[in-house]
Design a protein around this ligand. Structure first.
Ligand code: PLP
Length: 491
């Protein structure tokens, strides 16, 4: 979806593209009720157009995907599953959900797909409870000769409830790039499961499969979680499945970050989680470039349990978002998406090399996927200071912990950058080198600031405004060659 493909304007008799006509009319209708919201929508497009977005988890969905969301499907309640709803009048919702699931199955080669989760966190909860239901609840019911939990006595139910809440999860540690929902205490997953984590090799920064195997054998988790938010390399899911089988764990892979690379067939074989994992979850809005939402892919045997997602842990489905998921997944099945996915990876590599050539230190010494994790300690600043200095210079990134981070999870020592969004805009490897130069200019010009008490503050930075202004101007000049949503002219 570059300026030359899906974002290209189609013609309309008014001389305006259909997208421009649609959005102008929509904003006029919204402004008739609450003009400030119409104004905010316009302002958001202007802001997004001007921002050099390197947030690894964000992207730009196509106008077709966005338009599929803004309609009366939002008015429908559709609790239940396709063809088995608790509400009447769901035949069109059935069409939408079936299409979203079909595109997901075909795209990823998965036996089963569930399109209802409202987000990645929700998709993970559906997956966790599907595994708990299949591996803890179902055998207990069978042993007690009951079909449903409602058939149990109060005492048997109490015992089962405690057993459901007394299981183990093994996930990647946060500072190695894991996600909060993989069993960490601030998230519900950490309150549901006893958790242990695996990490990366202190020398190479690469995932340490031997340590993972040792920990799995010792801890014997019910669920082994693979997947990450900030690990710049590919993960070998064949090895992870071997480990899961050795200890009797269910392998759940959360591919939220790299689903677009799997969809685009850049990540294949041992590194594609779908053939190896029992259950896979993803968001639809990151590298997959769809609407905000989640998906669960599962092996057949877990399908009935996954289907219980709503009302078990999810609120009523969002049919308008499922419609947009179906559109985005259909886009991802086009050959041009494979080209897009390859360009994401090429761009990440070019950005990494550009930064390294200028002396930056990268966690794992490079990247194989869509993201780069920069260790900013060599610039003498914290991640928080780097993030603020870059933002001031028109470059949007986020700070991130690095393995064994001396500054902790709040101030951090890392900056995470990703290329899915800028690749959608059409920027290529030459532009990545310019961006590396802009980032290096800002980071090497930034020093630590002081707080009110005169002491050095991990939160404050100093950057000559002449530098930040010059970089912001260069960033803006760069972006002007790659208009965002070129088919949309709001007038
Ligand atoms: N899983 C992973 C690996 C993520 O990186 C994220 C988001 O950052 C999520 C889950 C949560 O996704 P959402 O924000 O859609 O709930």
């Amino acid at each position: 979806m570059t300026a030359t493909d899906q974002h290209a304007p189609s013609t309309a008799t008014s001389g305006l593209s259909p997208e421009s006509v649609a959005y102008r009319a929509a904003l006029e209708v919204v402004a008739g009720v609450e003009p400030r919201i119409a104004e905010a929508i316009r302002a958001e497009l202007a802001d997004q157009r001007e921002s050099l977005k390197l947030i690894a988890s964000e992207n730009y969905a196509s106008p077709a995907t966005l338009l599929a969301m803004g309609n009366w499907f939002s008015d429908k309640y559709a609790e239940g599953t396709i063809g088995r709803r608790f509400y009447a009048g769901c035949k069109n919702v059935d069409t939408v959900e079936a299409l979203a699931a079909e595109h997901a199955r075909e795209l990823f080669g998965a036996p089963y797909a569930y399109a209802q989760p409202h987000s990645g966190i929700d998709a993970n909860l559906v997956a966790f409870w599907a595994v708990l239901a299949a591996r803890v609840e179902a055998p207990a019911l069978e042993k007690l000769g009951a079909r449903l939990v409602n058939d149990l006595t109060e005492a048997d139910w109490e015992e089962l409830r405690h057993e459901l809440g007394n299981q183990r999860m093994l996930g990647m540690s946060l500072d190695a790039g894991g996600h909060l929902t993989h069993g960490f205490r601030p998230n519900i997953s950490g309150k549901m499961f006893q958790q242990r984590s695996y990490g990366t090799d202190p020398e190479t920064g690469l995932l340490d499969y031997d340590e993972l195997r040792r920990t799995a054998h010792e801890f014997k988790p019910l669920i082994l979680v693979g997947g990450y938010s900030a690990y710049p390399r590919l993960v070998n899911f064949r090895i992870m499945r071997e480990i899961a089988d050795e200890v009797g764990a269910t392998l759940h892979v959360d591919m939220a970050h790299f689903a677009g690379l799997v969809a685009g067939k850049v990540v294949t074989g041992d590194f594609d989680p779908v053939p190896h994992a029992h259950i896979v979850t993803t968001t639809t809005h990151k590298s997959l470039r769809g609407p905000r939402g989640g998906l669960v892919l599962a092996q057949e045997e877990l399908a009935p349990q996954v289907d219980r997602g709503c009302p078990m842990v999810l609120g009523g489905p969002l049919p308008h978002v499922m419609a947009a998921k179906a559109v985005a997944l259909a886009e991802a099945r086009q050959p041009s998406f494979q080209d897009y996915a390859q360009r994401i990876v090429d761009n990440a590599r070019a950005l990494a090399e550009g930064l390294q050539r200028r002396g930056a230190r990268l966690v794992t010494d490079g990247t194989d996927n869509h993201l780069v994790l920069l260790d900013v300690s060599s610039y003498g600043i914290t991640g928080r200071q780097a993030e603020a200095a870059l933002l001031e210079s028109g470059i949007v990134t986020n700070r991130n912990a690095i393995p064994r981070d001396p500054n902790g999870n709040w101030f951090t020592t890392g900056i995470r950058v990703g290329t899915p969004a800028l690749t959608t805009r059409g920027l290529g490897t030459a532009e990545m080198d310019v961006i590396a130069d802009l980032m290096h200019t800002v980071l090497s010009g930034t020093t630590q600031g002081t707080g009110k008490d005169g002491a050095v503050s991990k939160a404050k930075h100093v950057l000559d405004p002449k530098v930040s202004d010059a970089v912001a101007q260069r960033a803006s000049d760069l972006l002007s060659g790659f208009p965002l949503y070129p088919s949309i002219d709001l007038g």
